[in-house]
Design a protein. Sequence first.
Length: 242
Amino acid sequence: MKKLMLLILTVSLAALIVGCSLFVKEVDYQTIATDLNEKNMDKILNAVGRYGEINQYITISYNGMDIEDNSLHGIFDTKDKISYGVFSQWDVNNKIEGNYFYENDEFKVDNQNVTGEKMLFLSMHLQGIEKLIPEKYIYGLDEPPSVRYQLTESQFEEIINDDHDIQYDKFEAAKVLIQLREVGNSFEIKTITISAKLEREMEENIHKVLLSSRTDLLLTEENGNSQEAYKLQEDRFNTSNR
């Protein structure tokens, strides 16, 4: 027994010396990337009976100052690709709050005008990500499972900006971070964060632009009441828009 313990200690020490750990594991990122590429919303949202809650926050800042904040809290029907919920948008000139309806990139908030509709569901617009190799997809005891992609400008254009047409003059950096939960022998998506650092020239001034989008998702077991929540939000939207 002493020889066995000594052997384990020796191997563990050797692993630490070379900079790795016996407890480090790899994420099966290809399965997750394929779900995102194919818009498999049941898997992405950890849906139950085709319904899953989605919470999203988008901030746009110029030169370190926030100029627009968006938040969305709702329920998504993965079969009909429809979502109802509550939305708010703040910018330096205006504030919009209300019940929202979303279908086929059409976004309505109690008959108010809202800009940047497609950006509200960025997690649905990551087609092409399955072709990329992540910068990191290894996790251990002190680090939760996650997959991180650093994007080049061409990858940013192909995977994100082809749908959103974000205006900029110079690209600096962009990344996609997918944080996961380990459930049994598989993973569920916990959070999808998309960020981009850009420069834009406006009125002869160069602005440092930061786009940040975070989508928070529930565990499958937490989505058990999502169908009832969907019906409630649907009724609220229809009542307020009669």
